[in-house]
Design a binder for this molecule. Structure first.
Ligand code: ADP
Ligand code: ZN
Length: 742
């Protein structure tokens, strides 16, 4: 009884709201949404729905899709049902709609029981314009019947948001979306509106077919984001490349995408260690942490988000000025979507992809685990397009839009690295012949990695097993890095000179043209990247600088150090660390003031050894005067990059910054204090912690140093015993680390 009164009561209220709320589309546009005009493409979709037709809108993120269904929902009688997979965003969407005076509610697993009951009641009572539903709710037994249980007996229309989830060719296929295929049978009279920002035609066709759209009004907006600048750079010393890119944009917000959670954590820590205010975001974090990070980014409290692709779905921050991909995305669709999160406000923004062919192989290995063969092949094909985009020098915009079937009108797009003129067209016939010969001599049976290994003369198990070290081509290209040969192969593939048959992943086959080049009948030219990327030296240990020094002088100074140390019966590092000697061999100081600027040459050290080193450097220069031309005026400050150390160290570093004790850190991290002390020692060694006084008193440090200097850097245990077991292990460890860093 009470129930019915309420319903009737609400119905009455509703009728009066609806009566006053009924408006023309342009009135609603102004009064409800506050906009003066429809955007191109919006009008057609809105009119179509109002005329009772099915509609299908394909438009890029930020194109204004939601208005296309929200406005008709307000204008038409009855409630529109919106299906969206973004449960996390539904509440925001409902709140935003309500803020515009639209009567909206949602039912999904995140809503409380009460909220769901209230939404159902309001729907039945005809009090809603918009009902957001998660796809898995819709599939529930009897849910469709419930949708008939309202004053209009059926929804005003169905709006399918993120409709690409229906397509296996999409980047985000969801099996529960397939259920939507039944809507047209269940509600033949109800228009269906589908929306997606996925631009491939294949996906669009799939969606149309799956939804059984009838004579739909189809609108496809251009996917060209003119304010986005695209560039792809060879991924070499990515840490430095990333830090430099971001530090060159100190006042801007950006997103860095990485593939794994671990790399997300480590990259965020790397950036923080280098003075960039960055936060990690990935699916392994709990909800609270994630929303805190997201909020901080939206409010500009944090400038850079390092994220797995989980971040960004529906993030509506208008002023993201750059998106960096630290790893190769799995396909161009994802790449387009992720870069699309930059520059929503239409202002110029940057999209940087750091590309290494090795990334693709990592992804392929991951795909190899997919059991379904069709699925596996599909993923590989999509990845190949992504690789081609990254490796073939051509207008990036034309390549990207071309993939989505759109043509770029301009010859030079004016906003990509290729059109900026970073590539030079050079003859590469010799190099091409080396690669082609490797393919020919191995019988066209091997993939790119192995071929490049042969060319550079690598000593791999596979090469030994196949006897490929006996080939004439083996080592023919050892003057160049492996990536160079890879880029030649890529160029040969993209030029159609070698072909990769489908279904045969990355096994290049020679074409008649390839044979002509091999025989010297034809030439081959290649666009070559003129930008020089910082190389990462594989052998360099953490903390070691990246500057040229004179090897001969360095070796000489090592001998000097040995003599000085022997004379005092101390180990050499007590005299000076390698870093100190390397700096001397680079800067070649000849005055006491220059010597005092060398790392590790404090006044005390100088008093003891400074003169000896000065004298030796002077003599050496006299003997080999020509080496003076190699003297550096100053150390390049690029040596200051704080290298990535593994995530667990960085977590300790974060806590150290909060000024809590080692014991507290150990407790918080659930680790032994000794472990934390090894972290601190490592951080000191690589220069990420510079003030060690917090961990060792000066008094203890002197004692420890004395012991080490007298007894040599024996095992921790020996020093511990020698100190009468009074000085904790951790402090000894930390002093050893300080000495190693000197
Ligand atoms: P999408 O869902 O396609 O990514 P949204 O629906 O979130 O895009 O709209 C993107 C932005 O454009 C929103 O800030 C929205 O308010 C704005 N917008 C949409 N339509 C118009 C319009 N006709 N005039 C001005 N701004 C609009
Ligand atoms: Zn271009």
């Amino acid at each position: 009884m009470v129930d019915r009164t309420v319903v009737i009561h609400n119905n009455t209220v509703l009728m009066s709201i609806s009566a006053t709320a009924r408006r023309t589309p342009s009135e609603a546009l102004r009064q409800v949404f506050g906009f003066d005009q429809f955007r191109p493409h919006q009008q057609g979709l809105v009119d179509g729905l109002l005329a009772g037709q099915d509609v299908f809108g394909v438009m890029p993120t930020g194109g204004g899709k939601s208005l296309c269904y929200q406005l008709p929902a307000v204008v038409m009688s009855g409630c529109a049902v919106v299906v969206s997979p973004l449960i996390a965003l539904m509440k925001d969407q409902v709140d935003a709609a309500r803020a515009n005076g639209i009567r909206a509610a949602c039912v999904n697993s995140a809503a409380s029981q009460e909220e769901r009951v209230e939404a159902a009641r309001a729907y039945r009572a005809g009090e809603l314009d918009l009902l957001y539903v998660a796809p898995e709710r819709l599939c529930l037994n009897g849910f469709l019947d419930k949708l008939r249980n309202c004053p209009t007996k059926q929804p005003a229309f169905f709006a399918i948001d993120e409709a690409h989830c229906l397509s296996e060719w999409g980047h985000d296929f969801r099996p529960d979306y397939l259920f939507l295929s039944t809507l047209k049978n269940e509600f033949p009279q109800v228009p269906v509106a589908a929306f997606t920002a996925t631009a491939t035609h294949q996906v669009a066709e799939d969606i149309e077919k799956r939804l059984n759209l009838k004579k739909a009004v189809k609108v496809r907006a251009s996917f060209d984001r003119k304010n986005l600048h695209y560039q792809v750079r060879a991924k070499k010393d990515w840490e430095r490349q990333l830090v430099e890119f971001i530090k060159a944009r100190p006042d801007q917000c950006g997103i860095v995408y990485r593939t794994s959670r671990k790399s997300v954590e480590a990259t965020a820590a790397l950036l923080r260690a280098n003075g960039v205010d960055a936060q990690a975001y990935h699916a392994g974090m709990d909800n609270d942490d994630r929303s805190r990070v997201q909020e901080g980014f939206l409010r500009d409290d944090c400038r850079v988000i390092v994220a797995t692709v989980a971040f960004g779905m529906g993030i509506d921050k208008p002023d993201v000025r750059y998106v960096v991909h630290g790893d190769l995305p799995k396909n161009l669709e994802s790449y387009y979507q992720e870069t699309g999160r930059a520059g929503r406000d239409g202002e110029p923004s940057q999209c940087l992809l750091l590309y290494s062919p090795a990334d693709a192989f990592k992804i392929v290995r991951f795909f190899d685990e997919i059991e379904d063969e069709r699925e596996r092949e599909r993923n590989r094909a999509l990845l190949r397009s992504m690789e081609e985009f990254a490796s073939v020098p051509t207008c990036r915009r034309a390549a990207l839009l071309g993939y989505f079937g759109e043509k770029v009108a301009e010859e030079n797009c004016g906003a990509c690295d290729f059109c900026d003129g970073h590539f030079e067209f050079v003859d590469a016939t010799r190099d091409a012949r080396i690669v082609l010969s490797a393919i020919a001599r191995t019988g066209e049976r091997f993939g790119a990695v192995h071929l490049c290994d042969i060319v550079i003369g690598a000593n791999t198990k596979k090469i030994r097993e196949c006897g490929h070290d006996q080939l004439k081509t083996y080592g023919a290209g050892k003057d160049q890095a492996k990536n160079h040969w890879r880029s030649i192969l890529d160029a040969l593939i993209s030029g159609g000179i070698v072909q990769i048959p489908t279904g045969d992943y990355a096994v290049p086959k020679l074409t008649p043209q390839a044979w002509k080049i091999l025989k010297g009948e034809e030439k081959f030219s290649q666009h070559r990247d003129q930008r020089i990327e910082p190389e990462k030296k594989a052998s360099r240990s953490a903390g070691e600088e990246d500057f040229p020094f004179h090897q001969g002088l360095f070796e000489h100074l090592r001998q000097v150090r040995k003599k000085l140390a022997d004379a005092r019966s101390v180990p050499p590092f007590v005299v000076a660390g390698d870093r100190t000697l390397r700096q001397m061999a680079a800067l070649m100081p000849l005055t006491d003031s220059a010597m005092l600027k060398i790392h590790g040459m404090g006044q005390k050290k100088y008093d003891e050894f400074g003169e000896d080193f000065l004298l030796e450097i002077g003599l050496y220069l006299k003997k080999y005067p020509e080496i003076a031309s190699e003297r550096l005026a100053a150390l390049p400050n690029q040596g200051e990059l704080k290298r990535e150390v593994s995530g667990t160290y960085l977590q300790t570093l974060e806590l150290l910054r909060k000024n809590i004790t080692l014991a507290q850190i150990a407790k918080q991290r659930g680790m032994a204090q000794g472990t934390i002390e090894t972290h601190v020692a490592k951080l000191i060694e690589v220069g990420m912690v510079t003030d060690h006084r917090k961990f060792v008193s000066e008094e203890n440090e002197i004692k420890i140093r004395e012991l080490i200097e007298n007894k040599g850097p024996e095992s921790l245990g020996a020093i511990f015993k020698a100190a009468g077991e009074k000085i904790p292990y951790g402090e000894i460890r930390i002093v050893l680390a300080c000495m190693a860093a000197e």
